[in-house]
Design a protein around this ligand. Structure first.
Ligand code: ATP
Ligand code: MG
Length: 423
């Protein structure tokens, strides 16, 4: 026997039963995005590697060790997108979206790729949906973005089991002040820091705040807080965001150690976590990125965005409140006698065209086996077609729930079922 080909490590097959939960979630997301007046964007799955190197940052985990990069016939280096903010911004610039309106509110959904160590809630191909609002520097835009994800949580019925952590890294002036304060604080302890943090001490000291190394964690507990280094305008921006969240009844906690892994953030950054998950507890992360559009060759346009991991979100939904999914067929056709098998496809086809979800057996199985299949598919009705019925142009239509059965002509099957289901 030929050897079976296995799935690549760290990726998932989403099978039909599970896909129902995905579809239910996707329909919630789409609906809320529409309510908030976001338009969908579908950028490509791969981009030039340079986009992520410049847009996400060389020193980030993503770019330094997680990307799937390869070269194609043109010998240029391409990368399967590890996230979509850089791609959306590239697309915004390339398509001159600012000409359509000065604020572009965009959302997306799709697979992302990162070479990480696979574990529960952490995969090498995983799905995100996300939103970006490009154009407004003002705190009401920050508040709207957070309210958007909160509305999705609410529509899923899990908002009470999720924690919003928020912080501000301020503008570049505030970050420079803080960078120095943090380095001054850490310098006497430099040799006690983990190797990674020692490496980041010069290149990206803020990242030391979210180090997972126990000793680093202990040290940064007493470090100066970035909030205390914000200049006046950064402080005002942050305070106004918090005020609007309060006014909208969105609970949050301020987390002085929240810095987020990406290089491009300015001002507000946030993360939603759930304790229904284990170690991988972040279901959404985002923040303001006022310099990214410019850094990628666009105009000086401020922006803010977030992304949420669908697999993780569904783990939370599953643990707390599985989504209702449409289940079952309207009708299953049961055919008795091989001569009628050739009539069956036409009947089913017409009933489907008339609006029913309808199925039949294509294995020419026994009546018993066909009944079992109708049951398995949770059909609300079965239509039984034998020689006698065929001669009269009818089927025996049986309501699976009530057990009632009546002869109904081929043409009337769809309307009888549709009327019964809508009453
Ligand atoms: P983490 O700290 O868990 O590595 P991150 O900061 O790398 O997350 P982001 O880049 O902000 O994550 O992506 C946003 C969201 O995408 C995360 O909050 C998470 O829900 C999801 N996510 C990120 N990486 C993965 C992955 N490898 N597998 C599944 N979901 C992921
Ligand atoms: Mg990560």
């Amino acid at each position: 026997m030929p050897e079976k080909v296995q799935r690549v490590k760290g990726v998932n097959d989403i099978l039909p039963e599970e896909a129902k939960q995905w579809q239910a979630l996707e329909s919630v997301v789409k609906h809320v995005m529409e309510k908030f007046a976001f338009g969908e964007i579908r950028p490509p799955i791969f981009e030039k590697t340079e986009l992520f190197a410049r847009g996400v940052g060389e020193d980030t985990d993503i770019v330094s060790k997680e990307m799937y990069s390869f070269s194609d016939m043109s010998k240029s280096s391409l990368t399967l997108r590890p996230e979509l903010t850089a791609g959306v911004v590239r697309s915004y610039i390339q398509n001159n979206l600012q000409q359509i309106s000065p604020v572009q509110k965009l959302w997306y959904e799709g697979p992302m790729f990162r070479q990480e160590r696979p574990q529960k809630g952490r995969y090498r191909q995983f799905w995100q949906f996300g939103a970006e609002a490009i154009g407004s520097p003002n705190p009401e835009q920050d508040a709207e973005m957070i309210a958007l994800f909160f509305a999705i949580l609410k529509a899923l019925g899990i908002e009470k089991s999720v924690l919003l952590k928020i912080n501000s890294v301020g503008d570049s002036e505030s970050r420079a002040t803080y960078r120095k304060a943090l380095q001054d604080f850490l310098r006497p302890h430099l040799s006690e820091l983990s190797e990674t943090s020692q490496h980041r001490f010069e290149s990206n000291p803020l990242r030391i705040l979210d180090s997972k190394a126990p000793n680093d964690k202990l040290l940064v507990k007493n470090a100066p807080k970035i909030r205390e280094c914000l200049n006046a305008s950064s402080k005002t921006h942050y305070a106004e965001v918090l005020k609007m969240l309060e006014a909208m009844g969105i609970p949050y906690v301020q987390d002085d150690l929240l810095v987020r892994g990406l290089d491009y953030y300015t001002h507000t950054i946030f993360e939603f976590t759930s304790d229904a998950l284990g170690a991988q507890d972040a279901i959404c992360g985002g923040g303001r990125y006022n310099d990214l559009v410019k850094e990628l060759g666009g105009q000086d346009v401020p922006a803010i965005g977030w992304a949420s991991g669908i697999e993780r979100l569904l783990l939370v939904v599953e643990a707390l409140r599985p989504l209702e999914v449409a289940s079952g067929l309207d009708l299953f056709l049961i055919v008795l006698g091989d001569e009628l098998r050739l009539t069956a496809p036409k009947l089913v086809h017409e009933w489907r065209e008339a609006g029913l979800s309808c199925d039949m057996d294509t294995l020419r199985r026994s009546m018993k086996a066909q009944m079992r299949e109708a049951n398995r598919q949770e059909a609300r009705y079965v239509a039984i077609l034998g020689e006698e019925e065929f001669d009269q142009g009818v089927v025996q239509l049986k309501n699976f729930e009530t057990g009632e059965q009546e002869a109904v002509s081929f043409e009337n099957v769809a309307s009888v079922i549709i009327n019964a289901l809508s009453s």
